[in-house]
Design a protein around this ligand. Sequence first.
Ligand code: BGC
Length: 893
Amino acid sequence: MLSVSQLTLNGEPALTGVERLPLIGWKIESTRRNVLQQSWQLQCSTRADFSALVFDSGVVNSEESNNIELSEFLLQPSTRYFLRVRITDNHGESSGWSPEAPFVTGVMNCAWKGEFISAETPQDKANSKGTLLRKAFSVAAEKKVASAFVHATALGIYQLFLNGERVGTDELTPGWTSYQHHLLYQTYDVTALLNSGDNVVGAELGAGWFKGDMGFSRHRNYYGEQTALLCQLVIQYEDGSEQCVVSDLSWRSSDSARQFAEIYDGERYDATLAQPGWQRSGFNDSDWRHVSQIHWDKKTLVAQGAGTVKQIERLPVAALIVTPQGDKVLDFGQNMSGWVEFRVRGKPGDKVVLRHFEALDASGNVYLDNLRSAKQLVEYTLKGEGEEVWHPRFSWQGFRYVKVERFPGELNPNHFTAIVIHSAMEATGQFACSNPDLNQLHHNILWGLKGNFVDVPTDCPQRDERLGWTGDAQIFCRTASYLMQTRTFFAKWLTDLKHDQTPEGGVPHVIPDILTGHCDHDKFLAEGGTHSATGWADAAVINPWTMYLMYGDKRILQNQYVSMKGWVDFMRAHADNDIWRYKLQFGDWVALDAQEGSYFGATPEDLLCTAYYALSTSLLAKTAKVLGNEEDHQYYSALQTIIVERFQERFFTAKGDLTAQTQTAHIVALCFDLTPVAFRQRTADRLVALLHEHDGHLVTGFLGTPYFCHALSQNGKAKEAWALLLKDDFPSWLYQVKAGATTVWEHWDGIKPDGSMWSPDMNSFNHYAYGAVGEWLYRTVAGIEADESAPGFKHAIISPLPGGRLNWVDASYESMYGEIAVKWQAIEGKVVLSFRIPANTTATVKLQAVKEMGQSEGLEFSHSELGWSATAGSGEYRIDYLPDDSVDLTYSD
Ligand code: BGC
């Protein structure tokens, strides 16, 4: 049986708000092995039953089933389209039509008829209050509505309502982008919300990133001084006529009951000031204010088809704690980003006051110091009528615990629920094994992603930062992309990176860049500048390349090419004889080999800078090749060769020792292919010796840690890699797990073995950076690896690494083609390996440390000095082999 189980658009199941035809892909299911597609046929229609075709590809003979670019056909604005596909395969089977994938077009060709309108005045510059805007309109009663779509965005954060109903389920829209260049708008189907006759469209606005108080130096009004709404509601009638309701000066406005809302500080909402019915018709708005028009370049507007922040899941209270100091604290048992929803009864004017925080101190008391200036405070004043249910909407909190500072009546934990919010992404990674600590580490890595992929990849979600630090996003990108489908998320953020680059190609430390020009009070940034730190700025090259590896998406490479090249050229321009270094460097940030109290690890800056210069240049050279730019490919390949030579001359002694005897220096030299072949073994041995100097512990920071296990396992030190991963005393990944962490910490010594904490200056308990070891679990332990010559897992490499005294590992990755699953088990002295390869893909299975091959039905293994290997077509396989003595496993009967 052959079928197409899912059609995707830019990797998403549906897109709402499209201005350019998306890249199309599909997943194929078959009960057979070795299935390859032979042809496809795609159709596009404006009706779900495909009775109104606007495109038919005809039968196209091709094996391609992802990243298909259709020859452009004319799209109409504000219109829903449906796509479907059917295929044939190499066994002569034909599928039926796939389930259809819908998409809705946006405001094409920037045909905006409305204006940005504001309920605020320039005097509100320092205000963080909520405002309301509304407009009554009527829908011709005698005509039938065929469809109604609304396109909207805001300067600030907005929520839209139609006839009292919330429009869509997105949160914190329009998110955070480099607004002055790139402002996203959202599109919603509101056909079902329209009334025949009287209607009201309304919106609430808040300050958000646009004009709120942001950054650790606490500035506001980065992008403007007044919030504003842009809205275009397009109603199409069945008779072919169209009606447009747009934001203009006829709208009315008022202040909302939300007296204050700020991303770091929380919200203050007075329900006694709420104006019931304001989003419905019949409400008297005669005392509401006029609105004013705000000028904003509409060329910055771009449709956001998917990837908005949403309410993802709900968690109950795990425990109600009374601290030694007598505070009442709700423990949700999980560090997260989101809101607390509560149910409450009381008198008018009674208050609920909640303070959100991450950790209890060594005595079990509320610990707020690491939040720095972020208040994370929510205050709700009761209306006093029956049960009231409320949660914030224009801010979010990073927390596990909530101190209940005020609450009328008895405190019942069942009346509180945590709502987890983050950017909506498909979960793609599963990992489980026989070691519960490792499972908890995987959980913590995943929750580090959930807590920090809130519209932009943030460093942490709780203190007065929550910024798109490029280094953090760079080192975690590959791990994140195993866990969830990050294609839309990073495509958006990389667009902002491109916009915010300096004219010379320098890359700001945070994207969107709000540090430049606002760091006078920060010693390091004021002196050292706000852009172009190695390992941070390289996100410009590494992240697009990672998207290509994981999703095979060339469009991201095309969109980012100038930006990628700009960054490499920046390094070249500032290199001295190809040894690169520039102003402020974070280096091997927060490594434990830093001097006491310092954040800067011991690995020399010029070594790290030149190492990353070589890496980014090699990825740029490969990108040029992929995009067919042979001239650039030759140029940057040659440049990379020179950088590597210079690195070797400068940082290796004639004997083959690295001049810097740090773990991180050895890791990057091995992983970035900077080590002369003759010195590889010596470098790997030395890395192991450096580990032993610390009793088997790492002392690496941001730049060394992500590659540590790879540096070992790729150089004949698999046992040492496993041992490092499984260390559970300080400092180690599992030390945090043993200490009860539910996310990954910023510092190895966030909480020290004696219970004391690292300086509150910078001590986040939800920082995903060190969670970058997650990719080693997927790529190496489970052995689900991409092949850059057939990206997006069109061809996978299956090469698991049994060990670590485990009994079993069961992992999977939902690729663009379907699920790749790998399970290994240690049974009766053998490794039993089962795996699944999706239809229309192939894999090379590579096995190492094999003493004797056993059963391998359906596969033909051959042996070389690199181990055993076989080529597998799609399907499920089960093989077994006798491992050699280097493989440390716990066997079951
Ligand atoms: C952030 C880091 C970031 C660093 C840059 C910190 O404040 O939290 O994760 O990469 O600054 O040095």
